[in-house]
Structure formats: C-alpha cells, structure tokens
Design a protein around this ligand. Structure first.
Ligand code: PHE
Length: 498
C-alpha cells in the first residue's frame, strides 16, 4: 500500500464533507482496492471516519459486445457478406463470420436481406441498398460511458443478446467521524506492565484483534507410513478371523527363536554374523523342562519318525538371549501354548505384525531391523493346498491376484515355498514372502496331536509400504535420514479389502 494513502484520504476529508471512495481512486489515480485497504486501516484506529456502503450499477460491454463495437453487429456483417448477385445460404454462413446464424435471422427480421426462392438453389439477396448499424452505434455509446442514454428496451435486448452486462461496484461514502484527525497514531499491540503502572494505557490506542486472520495450524502427531500399512494388514487378518499374537518381547531366547523351530545349533543363521546376541542378561533360564528335553532329543537323536540331526545338543546354546530374528519365535510360543492349553488343542488362526532384528549388511532395501507380517493356521488335516488357497485369499485382499510359488528351504517347514506376485504397477514379478507347512519335528515335541498340521507364512511390512508409497530407499522410510515431511504429508493407506 502507498505509505501515506491513509493520510491523503484524511487530509482530503478535512476540506470535503463527503467523498466516495471510487472518486478518490480516480482522483489519486490508484486502484480502488487500495483505497478500501487504506480505509480499513483508518478504521482500525477508531472512529476517524464514517463509511457508508454505496452500490453502483453500471453497464459494460461483454467480449462479444466489444467485438461488435470493433467490427460491426452480427447482422451488419451478414448483410455486408451478401454480394450484388446473391449467395447461397450455406456459403453465407461461412462468409458472414462466426456469428452468422444470429446475424442472418436479425438481418431477415430487420428487412435487410431476403431469400429468393425463384431460383434453385435459393439465393440470399440484399433487400435494401444501405443499412445503418445502430446496434454498433449504441454499443459505442456504452463504451464511451454514455450508456445511461440508451432506451431501456434496447438495454434489455442487448443484455439478452449478451452484448451488454450489468456490473455492480461497491464503494464507501466517507465523511468525518467523531474521532476525526488528519494523522494516524501508532496503535499499540501489547499491553505492558509499565503502561499499567504508569497509567499511560489510558491515553494509548490499542490495535484490535483480527479474528479473521488465518491462525497458525496447531502441531499434531502424524502416523508413519509403516503404521498405516500395518493397520491395513491387521484389518485384513481380522476380517479373515485371525487373532493377534502378543509380540511385545524383542529379546528372545535362542530356544524359542531357533531350537523350538528345529533349527540346529550349528546353523549359520545362529552365528553372531547374522544374529544380534544380548549381553545383559546373556541367558534365559526358564523353559518348560519336559518340552526342552523333547526338543533336545529330536535334535540329537530324532524321534516321531525322524532321524534328527545327530549332534550333541547343548542347553547353554539354547539359553543365549538374542534380538528375535523372526516373529516365528512368537508363533512357536503360541503353538506350544495351544498344544498345552486346558481342554486340549483347538483349531486356531493367529497373526502378528512386529519388529525383528538381523545383523544385515545395510543397503537400499535392507536394514538391521524391520517388521514381519506373519500368519499361522493350526487345524486337523491341513495340506499344502490349504496354504496355497489361504495365500491367494490373503493376497487378493491386498489387491494382488497373480501368485507364483517357488520351492524353498526353512529348517522348520516342509514343504517350503517362496511367494512371488505379479505387481501390475511395477510391471514385474517380485518376491513377497516365505511360507510352508511346519515340520513334525517342530510340532510333535510341543505336544500337538499327530493329525494336526500348521501352515504359516511371513512377509516384510517394509516392502509393500515402500511400493505403496513409492519409496525406493529404505533409509527414506526408516532411520535418522527420514524427512519428517514425508511422514507429515504422507497420504492415508488404502489396500483393497475385497
Ligand atoms: N520366518 C520366516 C522368515 O523369517 C518366514 C516364515 C514364516 C516362513 C512362517 C515360513 C513359515 O523369513
């Protein structure tokens, strides 16, 4: 705003009793909006001026009206396009300009042209020697600001023809108010202790609150994409009748993480290169003793029709604490419970979604900690067919319909299958998970009935999240380099629950 526009307005009012802001805009040669802005700041200082709203209606040309002023009315253009010897109506429609259709009927009703049907095809001919384009003349007057002189009948007609339009302008009629002054005193924005104690506050003017100002948005929490996708997975499991396993123990014993899963104690995954072992406390000591003995036996000498691994199983190795490397450790605990619950075994469907830890070489798609999504079903007589059918159903709910399975190996499942799906967005087959039928060497020592089978599968939560949110580097999703904007502005997650 012009710095002293407010004072110019006030000075003007010192001599003039009344002035319209539109006239001020013309007088000062500034935009009317600026005058109105200056008026608002004058009003913020008190009742220096009275301002009354005034509305002004004015006639203005539309774009079409302006073109008539420039080139002539549609009917005059049509008339001009009719040559001495006449013209076919179709040809006239192109020769008569873009509004020839309107122009033709107007020129006909004006009696300027006629259609001569004595010849074939009929020709349009001039009916009069000369015309006056009064539409153009009248619109010219409007353009010159003399629209008021137009007969109202014509104004109505031109408005209907969309050559003229009425515009309403709002302005303010100003006059001196009860607190009139020619200068503005600076308004105080803060009431201070000094003003109060000295009594100065009584003489000062304070700026009033602007309740229309856009406030600063209050800060709030935001869910990380992983949490949003986790909620969706949880929803799918719940819809399929699964119940959630308690996963609130990152620290696990080697016994539940490996031994219970028939993973031999020399297995390379049990090396510190792959697994984070815990120093304090380094060992766990409470295990179901009889079960532990059965686990020891199946590893060392076999049983239940299995030869076992034939090595010297050591409880010291099973006692070692670690950060769980998979949520299947939790599934093992749950299955043991299921086998030993009061009333005996009952069919069950369990799921979990939580963090696991591995001593990985970090790269764009691997971190030392990630989340696993795991599903487990225990029932009598389950087969590989049940596993495949369940996987199709589970992934269908994620919007994935094309699956392929590849034979794989896990110490605790036989058969085992890697799961691949065709990702239409990425246009290729990608590995999405691992699955299998738990081995008798794992289930029978737990005490599960012989005719009970357990099928299970697992996948990472990070992978579908990265695909869903278009994130290529896992470090952009998790860890110290994450841009909080990504979290704050990340859209909600919708998986197709079908
Ligand atoms: N525990 C396996 C993994 O960490 C996943 C899995 C779960 C495989 C259940 C088979 C059955 O990759």
């Amino acid at each position: 705003m012009h710095p002293d526009l407010t004072e110019r307005i006030l000075q003007h009012l010192e001599t003039a009793d009344q002035v319209d802001t539109l006239d001020l805009a013309a007088k000062f040669a500034v935009d009317h909006q600026k005058i109105v802005g200056a008026l608002k700041s004058i009003q913020a200082h008190g009742e220096l001026v009275n301002a009354e709203v005034a509305t002004h209606k004015s006639l203005g040309l539309t774009d079409e009206g302006r073109s008539v002023v420039e080139h002539g009315s549609h009917e005059a253009l049509v008339y001009a396009a009719v040559p001495e010897e006449g013209i076919a109506q179709a040809a006239l429609m192109t020769a008569g300009g873009p509004n020839a259709k309107v122009g033709f009927s107007k020129a006909m009703s004006q009696g300027w042209i006629l259609v001569d049907k004595t010849v074939t095809p009929p020709l349009v001919r001039r009916k009069v020697e000369k015309i006056t384009d009064s539409v153009k003349e009248q619109l010219k007057q409007v353009a010159a600001g003399k629209g008021d002189a137009l007969p109202s009948k014509d104004v109505t007609d031109f408005k209907k023809r969309k050559l003229l339009q009425e515009t309403t302008t709002k302005s303010f009629v100003l006059s001196r108010g009860p607190e009139f002054a020619t200068t503005l005193t600076k308004l105080e924005t803060d009431l201070t202790v000094e003003m109060l104690s000295s009594g100065l506050w009584e003489q000062l003017k304070f700026k009033s609150y602007n309740f229309d100002a856009l406030g600063a948005p209050p800060s709030r929490g935001h869910l990380h994409p992983l949490l949003k996708v986790r909620t969706e997975f949880r929803q799918i499991f719940l819809e399929m009748g699964f119940s959630e396993m308690p996963t609130n123990n990152y620290v696990e014993s080697s016994f539940w993480n490996f031994d219970a899963l028939f993973q031999p104690q020399q297995h390379p995954a049990r090396d510190a290169h792959d697994t984070f072992f815990v120093n304090h406390p380094a060992k766990s000591h409470k295990f179901p003793q009889e079960y532990l003995e059965r686990v020891k036996k199946v590893h060392s000498v076999g049983g239940y029709g299995s030869k076992g691994y034939g090595y010297d199983w050591k409880v010291e190795e099973a006692q070692k604490n670690l950060l769980r490397t998979h949520t299947t450790a939790v599934s093992a605990r749950m299955l043991y419970k299921l086998a030993n619950q009061e009333g005996g075994f009952k069919p069950a469907k369990y799921f979990s979604i939580d963090k696991v830890f591995r001593n990985e070489t970090l790269d764009a798609t691997h971190l030392a900690e990630f989340h696993q999504v795991e599903g487990v079903i225990a029932d009598v007589g389950l087969t590989l067919g049940d596993l495949i059918g369940t996987l199709y159903e589970f992934f269908r709910k994620l919007g994935i319909t094309q699956l392929e399975f590849k034979p794989a190996y896990n110490p605790y499942t036989e058969p085992s299958m890697e799961i691949f799906c065709y990702h239409p967005g990425l246009g290729k087959w990608i590995e999405v998970g691992n699955s299998g039928v738990f081995r008798p060497e794992m289930l029978l020592p737990m005490g599960l009935p012989e005719n009970v089978n357990v099928i299970a599968w697992g996948l990472s939560l990070e992978r579908p999240t990265m695909i869903k949110y278009g994130i290529n580097n896992i470090r952009d999703l998790v860890g110290p380099k994450v841009d909080l904007k990504m979290v704050e502005e990340g859209p909600i997650c919708r998986l197709d629950h079908v």
